[in-house]
Structure formats: C-alpha cells, structure tokens
Design a protein around this ligand. Sequence first.
Ligand code: GSH
Length: 208
Amino acid sequence: MLTVLGKSTSINVRKVLWTCRELGLAFDNPQWGAGHRSTDDPEFLSLNPVGLVPVLIDGDFVLSESNTIVRYLANAYGADSALLPLAPRERALVEKWMDWQATELNGAWRYAFTSLVRNDPSKQDRALLNESISTWLKMMRILDAQLERTSAFVAGARLTAADIVIGVSVQRWYSTPFARPELPSVRRYFERLGERAGFQEFVGNGVP
Ligand SMILES: N[C@@H](CCC(=O)N[C@@H](CS)C(=O)NCC(=O)O)C(=O)O
C-alpha cells in the first residue's frame, strides 16, 4: 500500500492520485498542507525538508516533487510502459512536455490563479495580473497547436504521464473566472481527459 501525503485539493497532489488510479494502485492519502496538518511539522519536514506536498511513501522509499513521483510510479508499476514509453526518443518527448508544464506553463498561471480564484489580497496588482493572463494564454496557444497536431494527447495517440501533469493545469484554465478565447483542440482534449475515471475523481470534481 502506497501513502500519498498531501491535501487532495492541491494541484500537485492530484497528479499523483490520478496516476495511482491510472495504474490501479491502492493508496492512503493523509491530508497535509494549508488548511490541514501543517507541513512545518517536524514529522513532515523529516520526509520532505522543502515542506511541500505531495510526498510519496513506498515501503522504505520516500519521494517528493510531483512530476518525479509520477515518473517513479510509471517506471515502478506501469505494466507495458503505460504512461511512460521505454524507447528513449518517445520517452524524451513525454518528459519534455512534463518539464514544460513544471516550468513554463505553471509559472505562467500562478499569479492569475492566486489572484482570481484564491482572491489573495497580495496578488491584486492589475498590471501583474494582465501579464500573467497574457503569458498563460501564450502557453495555452502552444498547447493548442500541439494538440491540433496529435489530434489526441500531448505526446501522441495515447495518454502518457505528460497528460496527467498538463491535464491538472488545463483544469485550472477552465476553472479560473476570466474571459478566455476558445481553443478548440484544448477544449476537445479537456473533454477527452474527462472520460478518465482518475480525472473525474481527483481533478474534474468541481474543486478549482
Ligand atoms: N515543485 C513541487 C511544488 C509542490 C507545491 O507547491 N505544493 C503546494 C501545494 S500545490 C504546497 O505544499 N503548499 C504548502 C501547503 O499547502 O502547506 C511539486 O511539484 O511537488
């Protein structure tokens, strides 16, 4: 039995929970993080000195960083290289999109989401908000163009780990209240992801 520490509303925890479902893995999910048990607790910091969720415990193995956990689970438990292809070039393309999500895409929406959804009073600067929205849109247009090329998932015809980490970000795109241009390939992609049980349970559950 795996343990995934972290509140199930956290975008980064959701990646891991969805991955567990895709791979048919059983897990406990004690709720740690803001609004739950504090990650400043020495018990938590002994598992992840960075003090962020998620943390995975698999027997005597402890791992943090959500995208790394997703890759670990796919490597360790993904039969027939489900979610993560073995061929170096195919795998590199999946990992490229995972890295793009963790850096370019996540960096783009953070200010806008915190401002408009979390209503954080320290994130209400109009110019910074507009800048965040405009960079976010630029990233989403890159994603739309890629999905138009594949007509299915980010790295090709089948769902991979890249779709899990990008899928949770796409959910933020649709759950943030602001004027969005229609991106047809992203919209179809979001509907396609919505067919997955793991997405329905942990991501498309109405929690922004
Ligand atoms: N790079 C880390 C980021 C993790 C992160 O930012 N986690 C947030 C929740 S999404 C967190 O732990 N915030 C502190 C808290 O909730 O107490 C990852 O991908 O795992």
